[in-house]
Design a binder for this molecule. Structure first.
Ligand code: DAH
Length: 345
């Protein structure tokens, strides 16, 4: 009985090998594999017979069944690899591949120009010893206005018409200045030297120079004996590095409720640019920032004693700076996402 069974195994092996040799391609090979090694395959059936073999022959039968299985599997793997190689060669001959054709390039992204200039600003201020501090874009009316010395009905609020949320007293910040209060409260009396970059929002008539959404970079320095000379020195050093020594910096006196005294800083528009008059309203200058000595009320709102420390602050427009650097004639280009514009940077 066992001998017959072992013989059957040999016959099965011979038959399987012959059929395998006759397989012409991958599809027939796979059919062969199912016939012998599938769930209902002949090899599986042969192995399943083990239980019916007499005990003393069982080991011998098992070994033989296993040998056949291993031999057939190896033969199949080789045949399949050969069939694939043959098919590949055939397809290469049939559809010759021109390996000298250049590959298809992958489109490469790049940083948005606003991100690029923000990073330049961070680098310059990092060299001047400033840290970067981020605060929220949604603020309370209290932080956006009141703590910055603009109580309700203060006429200066008209300069910053804002977007209100459905929660009373919560607005989209109109400037990064409320961040000053956050920093002061967190620093809790220690000296401060930070910049606060971020997005701001204003309910404005959109024009070539202003949008409802724009970046600002706020600066705040607080300590004993900080003066207007420090402010002017810092801003001038910044402008020289950002715009180069050939561009001019103009400092004018101005007014902001949260600084006293207050200044505004302009850079001269490139002289050879035909859009100069239109973009600078005929003056030749474009404002890049407002600044001043932090008002005592603001220091108090942040928990600092104006009798002990002084400070300066500024708020700059990175997109204005981009316009000045590259003579860009329309601030709206930044968020239109027209690749013809963005690819130039
Ligand atoms: N927050 C002002 C604005 O958005 C800019 C500004 C002016 C910021 C003077 C300051 C400052 O910190 O001291 O127009």
């Amino acid at each position: 009985m066992a001998d017959t069974a072992t013989d059957e195994l040999k016959t099965l092996e011979v038959q399987a090998m012959e059929e395998l040799k006759a397989c012409a391609d991958e599809a027939t090979l796979r059919a062969w594999n199912t016939k012998y090694f599938g769930d209902k395959g002949l090899i599986k059936a042969a192995l399943g017979k083990l239980g019916t073999i007499a005990k003393d022959q069982r080991a011998a039968y098992g070994q033989e069944a296993n040998r056949v299985k291993v031999a057939l599997t190896a033969a199949y793997d080789t045949a399949l690899a050969e069939a694939k190689e043959t098919a590949l060669q055939a397809s290469l001959t049939a559809n010759p591949l021109d390996v000298s054709l250049p590959g298809r390039g992958r489109p490469r992204g790049r940083l948005h120009p606003a991100t690029q200039i923000l990073r330049q600003i961070y680098t310059i201020f990092a060299d001047l010893g400033f840290q970067v501090y981020r605060t929220r874009e949604v603020e309370t009316d209290e932080l956006n206005f009141e703590f910055l010395n603009m109580p309700a009905h203060h006429p200066a609020r008209d300069m910053w018409d804002t977007f209100f949320t459905t929660t009373p007293g919560v607005v989209l910040r109109t400037h990064t200045s409320p961040g000053q209060i956050h920093v002061m409260r967190e620093a809790a009396g220690k000296p401060i030297r930070v910049i606060l970059p971020g997005m701001c929002y204003r309910n404005e008539a959109i024009s070539t120079r202003s949008e409802i959404q724009f970046y600002q970079v706020e600066g705040l320095v607080i300590g004993e004996g900080v003066t207007m000379a420090d402010l002017k020195g810092t801003i001038t050093a910044f402008a020289r590095r950002m715009f180069g020594p050939e561009r001019q910096v103009r400092i004018r006196s101005s007014y902001f409720p949260f600084t006293e005294p207050s200044i505004e800083v302009d850079i001269d528009w490139p002289a050879d640019d035909p859009n100069r008059d239109r973009l600078t309203k005929g003056t030749g200058w474009l404002e890049i920032l407002g600044a001043g000595m932090v008002h005592p009320n603001v220091l108090r709102a942040g928990g600092y004693d104006p009798d002990k420390v002084t400070g300066f602050a500024f708020g700059m427009g990175p997109q204005r700076m981009l316009m000045l650097k590259h003579a860009i004639d329309d601030i709206r280009l930044f968020w239109q996402n027209d690749l013809r514009f963005l690819r130039q940077f």
